[in-house]
Design a protein around this ligand. Structure first.
Ligand SMILES: NC(=O)C1=CN([C@@H]2O[C@H](COP(=O)(O)OP(=O)(O)OC[C@H]3O[C@@H](n4cnc5c(N)ncnc54)[C@H](OP(=O)(O)O)[C@@H]3O)[C@@H](O)[C@H]2O)C=CC1
Ligand SMILES: CC(=O)[C@@H](O)[C@H](O)COP(=O)(O)O
Ligand SMILES: [Mn+2]
Length: 379
């Protein structure tokens, strides 16, 4: 029996993880968490009977407790609740499916508790990868990538041959081929229309700005111990090739599949076993062609800034990520324009006091500094 905890079970990755649980009778859910979606969390508790459930607000936790007191599920709240869910004694693996760097502390707690990590929450690795990866090695736990590109790279690894280059594929998002002037006019509705994937709102905006690909470069660098300069972004318009690994002989191994996150989720949960998911498969005949191009860094400045921050390392990726989270949240509330997102990221990166090797508490302070700095900027 595989015992799993899902941090962020009510989101896109979290609910698809539960789809995979439904397909397999040897998986037990030990913990589920949500931020505000109490109705869906209650439904999930009644279906999967976890030991632990956590929701962010104490008032919601009290409400949830009343609603499910006929069950054996214990209810927690806040960061303590996330950490309780991340460290449930009976769990073997924690699926980190929360969005944002809020995932840092529960991920560290899970690793210290000896849990394997099925990692979707890329922001945690972007900010604290220099702490997380050595900690995972020291504790002997495994980190299995869920992010589709990183799962693809993981599936292409060859234990006899080191990686020469990672070819990180990108769809290019809804604004692929746009000019700078075009981006000045795009709306929130336009940005939420990803051409190939159905995802949570934050990552969907990140795909539109291509900051997502920048975060993924940093994520891949940590996961596979590859220099940023050896990670090349290739736009693959249809999102059928999920990434590729190039070796010393210039041979390239790629992983292909339909744009369906259930495959990387299932692979992370049951590695090295591949299990049945659905009858959907790539139909090459009707696909006919796969299209490739290079990203335009002059247009997608957020990607350029992310690459520079990744190269710089230290505190830069944290400020990049914190500024991006702050700006995307404002854009989702229609408080700023689409092109303000890279502008604000650049301002925060330029203004922050660089540190080489931030601790977890430094990272949390940097997040606070970034938010306070951006609040003061008039746009
Ligand atoms: N969706 C996808 O296909 C992919 C996602 N990822 C990564 O996976 C992670 C999750 O993404 P996705 O599933 O799209 O996100 P969603 O926004 O769909 O879900 C986020 C989950 O985290 C919870 N949550 C949000 N904010 C907080 C908070 N401050 N504290 C505690 N819980 C919180 C949400 O609860 P509630 O529902 O109550 O709001 C929800 O359960 C992200 O890091 C993303 O980059 C990577 C590759 C693909
Ligand atoms: C499904 C997944 O892994 C997302 O990160 C997706 O790849 C985003 O698409 P872009 O390639 O457009 O950033
Ligand atoms: Mn991805």
């Amino acid at each position: 029996m595989k015992r799993i905890s899902i941090l962020g079970s009510t989101g896109s990755i979290g609910t698809q993880t539960l789809d995979i649980v439904r397909l397999n009778d040897d998986v037990k859910v030990e913990a589920l968490t949500a931020h505000k979606n109490i109705d869906l969390l209650e439904k999930q508790i009644r279906e999967f009977h976890p030991r632990v459930a956590a929701i962010w607000e104490e008032s919601d936790a009290k409400l949830l407790f009343e609603r499910i007191k006929d069950t054996d599920t214990k209810v927690y709240f806040g960061m303590d609740g996330l950490i309780e869910a991340a460290t449930v004694k009976e769990s073997d693996i924690v699926v980190t499916a929360v969005v944002g760097m809020i995932g840092i502390e529960p991920t560290v707690a899970a690793i210290n508790a000896g849990k394997d990590i099925a990692l979707a929450n890329k922001e945690t690795l972007v900010c604290a990868g220099h702490i997380i990866m050595p900690l995972a090695k020291k504790t002997g736990i495994n980190i299995y990538p869920v992010d589709s590109e990183h799962s693809a790279i993981f599936q292409c690894l060859d234990r006899h041959n080191p990686i020469k280059k990672i070819l990180l594929t990108a769809s290019g998002g809804p604004f692929r081929g746009y000019t700078k002037e075009d981006l000045q006019k795009v709306t929130l509705e336009d940005a939420l229309k990803h051409p190939n994937w159905s995802m949570g709102k934050k990552i969907t905006i990140d795909s539109a700005t291509m900051v997502n690909k920048g975060l993924e470069i940093i994520e891949a660098s940590h996961l596979f111990n590859v220099d940023i300069d050896d990670i090349e972004v290739v736009i693959q318009k249809e999102s059928i090739i999920h990434s590729m690994v190039e070796f010393k002989d210039n041979g390239i191994i790629a992983q292909l599949g339909t744009p369906d996150m259930r495959l990387p989720i299932s692979y992370a949960l049951f590695y090295p076993e591949r299990r049945y998911i659905s009858d959907d498969r790539v139909d090459f005949a009707s696909l006919a062609t796969l299209n490739f191009s290079k990203p335009d860094l002059d247009v997608f400045e957020g990607l350029k800034l992310a690459m520079l921050a990744g190269k710089r390392g230290g505190s830069a990726p944290t400020v990049l990520n914190a500024a991006n989270e702050w700006a995307v949240a404002k854009f989702l509330k229609k408080k700023i324009r689409f092109t303000d997102i890279p502008y604000l990221i650049g301002k925060a990166l330029d203004a922050h006091e660089f540190t080489k090797n931030p601790s977890i508490s430094d990272i949390l302070s940097l997040k606070k500094w970034t938010e306070e700095y951006l609040e003061r900027i008039k746009i």
